[in-house]
Design a binder for this molecule. Sequence first.
Ligand SMILES: Nc1ncnc2c1ncn2[C@@H]1O[C@H](COP(=O)(O)OP(=O)(O)OP(=O)(O)O)[C@@H](O)[C@H]1O
Ligand SMILES: [Mg+2]
Length: 345
Amino acid sequence: MQKPTEQNAPAPVPPSASPQATSSHPPPSSETTFDSIITQNEEMRAALKKASRAAASDVTILLLGESGTGKELVARAIHNASTRKDKAFIAVNCSALTETLLESELFGHERGSFTGAEAKRRGRFEMADSGTLFLDEIGDMAPSAQAKILRAIEYREFERIGGEDSVRVDVRVVAATNRPLPQMIENGEFREDLYFRLNEVRIEIPPLRRRKEDIAVLSEAFIKEFAAAFKRDVKGISHVAMAYLMKHDWPGNVRELRAQIKRAVTVAERDTLWLEDFSINVKVIDTELPLSDSDDLSLATVERRHIERVLELTKGNKRQACVHLKIARPTLDRKLKEYGVKIQR
Ligand SMILES: Nc1ncnc2c1ncn2[C@@H]1O[C@H](COP(=O)(O)OP(=O)(O)OP(=O)(O)O)[C@@H](O)[C@H]1O
Ligand SMILES: [Mg+2]
């Protein structure tokens, strides 16, 4: 039998290259709660439980996890579950700013403190007063900035650039990174004292490939979201496509899955997403559905699924399917009726 190929699929688009992939996100912080974070996985549930318990106090929380695992989502949920929920949630992407810009961004500056500083400006620490300061990509911060931020976190006090008076703030700090901080400490790239300061509560968000049971529930939620947003009549995902999504490694984690579903919903021609609607690079071409993926291993179920897969391969063409299956047309029709298989075209 021929194996499904992606030859007919449009050229692969890396999810991060899609400008729309992040346009509707991150969601407004007022909407993100622990209940809106989708998961069926024990390790993830335990991480969320730990985060929600820590949310109530003012401890500094360090979120560790690969890119796209949902660290910012968790940070927003922590804020919204805390007593600070009605105050500001201020996010700073520490990797996006140069050393000098980062300092002025975090601590603000006095008027005339450097060329171009025409007015006094409040920094993110001040804006987050009474609220939560989310220091994203903390592992990418330059060593001198690390020293300054340590002091500010330790004493909740700092000076604006060019200023003499100390500014006191009441902020809750949540930090996140996808970098291996202990290794960076050994290499002299990250300050150990800052690590200990941030690490009051550490929460590790597992990568998607370690919580494969989440692929189905997340896909379902993203299909609903994008079908509604693009007014497309897409309701689900085929067995074959799902089996391939389960095999994929997801280096870009939930963000990559979301971008894949978004793309698939956009290009789909049926009310079910087929393999050809996705652009993932599937390393293994496997003609079998993974057995663990199914709790019904009766021969009838396997036969029904095999027929569905072949029909998917032939894009619903029954004559071609009969050729692959090496059965006569009346046999196929009888089996389709018996199993209640509807042809998707
Ligand atoms: N459990 C989840 N349920 C629903 N959506 C999720 C979930 N986890 C992540 N997402 C979505 O995936 C995308 C990436 O999540 P987020 O930005 O929180 O990841 P991140 O860990 O901060 O990534 P990076 O390290 O690249 O900044 C967002 O669009 C987010 O809404
Ligand atoms: Mg992030």
